[in-house]
Design a protein around this ligand. Structure first.
Ligand code: PMV
Length: 319
C-alpha cells in the first residue's frame, strides 16, 4: 500500500493504440481474435501536482473531473477509482492528456486513454499497477464508452504485445518467430461499431447457416494466423488475412473504401490485407513482404486514397 500521507509527484503514463489483426466480429460470437499494439499512435497523460481539486485537460475540455462532459465521464470515473485504490485523495492533481490516436477509427482510443491515465496516476504515487488492476480500471472507463466492452482493446494496449483473445478464456501472448512488417491505413471514413455488430446479428437471423460458417471460418483463420506468426511465415499470415476479409465481406461489414485499399495493397505486392476493427469504414491492415517494402506499401495505400497510414512492426518475441 502506498503511504497515504505522500504527496503526488509529477508523473507520466503512456499507452499505444491497437489494431485487430484477425477475428473481429467473430470474437463477439465466441471465436478467438488476435490484437496488436499500434505503437505509432498513443496517448500520454501528464499528472501534475496542484493544490486544488482534481482537474483534467482532454479533448476540448479543461476543468474539474466532476464537470467533465459525457465523453470523458468514463475516464473521470476510472481516475477516481484508481485514486481510491491508491488510498490517495481525489484532489491535488491536474491530468493533461496528449493524444495522437484518432478517435472513431477502431484504433482503441478510449482504452488507450484509460490505460495511460491509470499508469500516470499510479506513477504519481510511486506505484506501478499490475495487469489485473490496470484492466479492471480501464474497464471502468470502457463501460462508459461502450456499455459492454469485450475487454479486447484494453488487454491489447495494456499488454503492449500481440495477444490471443477469446471470450471467457485467459488472454494469452502470441509468439512471433521473426519480424513482421504491417501497414495500417485509414479510409478517412468513421466506422460505427454498434451498427456493424448488429449487421452481423442480422445476417445470423437472415441466413443462419452461411453466417455461422463465415464466423467459424474467421476463427479458423485466426488460428492459422497465430501459427504463421509463431513460425515466422508471412505468406501463411497473409493468406489467413485474405480468407478473413472474404468472410467479413460476406457478413456485410466491409465497404468499397476498404476493399479499394485491400486491392491496392495486393497490387503493391502485400502478402495479405483486410479491414481491421468493426469495418464499414475505419481502417485496414496490410502485411508487407519485407521491411524494405513496408514504406512502399504505405505509399501505395496513400496513392489509393488512404488519408493516413502507420507502420506496425512486430518484433520477434524471445520465447
Ligand atoms: O471498435 P473496433 O473498430 O475496434 O471493433 C470492435 C471489434 C468487434 O469485434 C467488431 C466488436 C467487439 O466488441 O469485439
Amino acid at each position: 500500500m502506498p503511504d497515504v500521507r505522500a504527496l503526488p509527484r509529477p508523473a507520466v503514463g503512456r499507452a499505444p493504440g491497437k489494431v485487430i489483426l484477425i477475428g473481429e466480429h467473430a470474437v463477439v460470437h465466441g471465436e478467438p481474435a488476435i490484437a496488436l499494439p499500434l505503437e505509432a499512435v498513443g496517448v500520454t497523460v501528464h499528472a501534475e501536482p496542484t493544490d486544488g481539486p482534481l482537474t483534467m485537460a482532454c479533448l476540448d475540455f479543461e476543468g474539474p473531473l466532476d464537470s467533465a462532459p459525457d465523453a470523458l465521464r468514463g475516464l473521470a470515473a476510472a481516475a477516481k477509482e484508481a485514486l481510491t485504490r491508491l488510498s490517495a485523495p481525489t484532489a491535488g492533481l491536474h491530468l493533461r492528456f496528449a493524444a495522437d490516436v484518432p478517435t472513431g477509427r477502431g484504433l482503441g482510443s478510449s482504452a488507450t486513454a484509460a490505460v495511460a491515465l491509470v499508469r500516470a496516476l499510479y506513477a504519481a504515487y510511486g506505484q506501478e499497477p499490475d495487469m489485473p488492476t490496470l484492466l479492471a480500471l480501464a474497464d471502468v472507463a470502457e463501460r462508459h464508452a461502450h456499455g459492454t466492452p469485450s475487454g479486447l482493446d484494453a488487454a491489447a494496449v495494456a499488454a503492449g504485445a500481440p495477444i490471443w483473445f477469446q471470450r471467457g478464456e485467459a488472454i494469452a501472448p502470441v509468439a512471433v518467430g521473426k519480424p513482421f512488417y504491417f501497414v495500417v491505413a485509414d479510409t478517412g471514413e468513421p466506422r460505427d461499431t454498434k451498427a456493424a455488430v448488429s449487421a452481423v446479428h442480422q445476417h445470423l437471423a437472415d441466413a443462419p447457416e452461411a453466417a455461422k460458417d463465415a464466423i467459424e471460418r474467421l476463427g479458423t483463420a485466426a488460428g492459422i494466423a497465430r501459427r504463421g506468426l509463431d513460425e515466422g511465415a508471412p505468406a501463411v499470415v497473409g493468406g489467413a488475412m485474405l480468407m478473413a476479409q472474404d468472410d467479413l465481406e460476406s457478413l456485410g461489414v466491409s465497404a468499397p473504401s476498404l476493399e479499394k485499399l485491400v486491392v491496392a495493397a495486393m497490387e503493391a505486392g502485400a502478402e495479405g490485407a483486410k479491414l481491421t476493427g468493426a469495418g464499414r469504414g475505419g481502417c485496414m491492415i496490410a502485411l508487407a513482404r519485407s521491411a524494405a517494402e513496408q514504406a512502399a506499401l504505405a505509399e501505395a495505400l496513400e496513392a489509393a486514397g488512404a488519408t493516413r497510414t502507420w507502420p506496425l512492426t512486430l518484433e520477434r518475441t524471445s520465447s
